[in-house]
Design a protein around this ligand. Structure first.
Ligand SMILES: [Zn+2]
Length: 281
């Protein structure tokens, strides 16, 4: 069942659990994500990057069809829409949510460009995620982990002025692999949650952040956790074992990768308490 991301996140907010947002790369990973959601009776957010497929409208249409056939609620979110064109392509392709990532720009530019997209998306019944503060790269964690963190009062003002459905916050996570140990600013998160009222919050850079940190973040008011690197690494680890056998079964290549990817995703679905939370119309 295809739903908006706002519907999934508002329920998660009200009921106090988190939702995984795995990045998909192919039909195999899309099917894997939907199967995990169905097996665990969980709502699910599928994150799609604009660059991941040479024919995004086709790719999104395929995800829409599989989601519509599924009994569990699924939202399709364009992840990191960096340009106006990317976001419009996501909307036109059939995403039920778009992320407007203007976090590298000034506050004023971020505000103005996010507002522009909110106006379009709201008219079409599509949810909008924006980012304030900037979640950087794990490879540059010494600098990115402590700079451009989200200011609570500014976040509240940004939500009010833009009308976004949810906000990605920078509290010490980073994209990709961490160089060093992640340190999450939970005090800041508490202040953001307090300042932002009922608006659901998003955490990018879930991979490698650790179960304890992520479970605590969800308990503290994060409703969506983006996961990309760690799921792929889990798939790769299964493949490393698989290739140790010189007579490996060539037909089992993708299922082997998918097993690692799916098991890791299922682990987080349970950790965030989203299992059993699917609903029907
Ligand atoms: Zn991200």
């Amino acid at each position: 069942m295809l739903v908006t991301m706002a519907e999934i996140m508002n329920r998660a907010r009200a009921e106090g659990y988190g939702v995984t947002a795995p990045n998909v790369q192919s039909e195999d990973t899309v099917r894997a994500v939907i199967k995990v959601a169905e097996d665990l009776n969980a709502p699910m957010i599928i994150d799609v990057n604009a660059f991941i497929h040479p024919d995004l409208p086709w790719f999104i249409q395929m995800i829409r069809e599989l989601s519509e056939l599924s009994p569990v609620p699924i939202a399709i979110n364009l992840d990191h829409g960096k340009t106006y064109e990317d976001v419009i392509l996501g909307i036109r392709s059939g995403c039920t949510s778009v992320m407007v990532d203007r976090s590298s720009l000034s506050y004023e530019e971020n505000l103005e460009q996010t507002k522009e997209i909110v106006k379009i998306a709201k008219a079409l019944g599509i949810s909008v995620e924006a980012e304030l503060g900037h979640v950087g790269m794990g490879a540059n964690y010494e600098v990115d982990g402590v700079s451009n963190l989200t200011e609570p009062d500014q976040a509240a003002k940004f939500i009010q002025e833009t009308g976004v459905d949810c906000l990605a916050v920078a509290i010490g996570t980073a994209h990709g692999r961490y160089k060093g140990t992640p340190h999450i600013d939970f005090e800041r998160l508490a202040q953001i949650v307090e300042a932002c009222g009922d608006t659901p919050l998003v955490l990018h850079g879930g991979s490698g952040t650790g179960d304890e940190n992520l479970a605590r973040a969800v308990r503290s008011g994060i409703q969506k956790v983006n996961l990309a690197t760690e799921l792929v690494v889990a798939g790769k680890e299964e493949l490393v074992e698989f290739f140790k056998d010189p007579n490996f079964d060539k037909w089992k290549l993708m299922p082997t990768f998918i097993k690692g990817y799916s098991d890791r995703l299922a682990h987080y679905v349970k950790l965030f308490g989203q299992d059993g939370k699917a609903w029907t119309r």
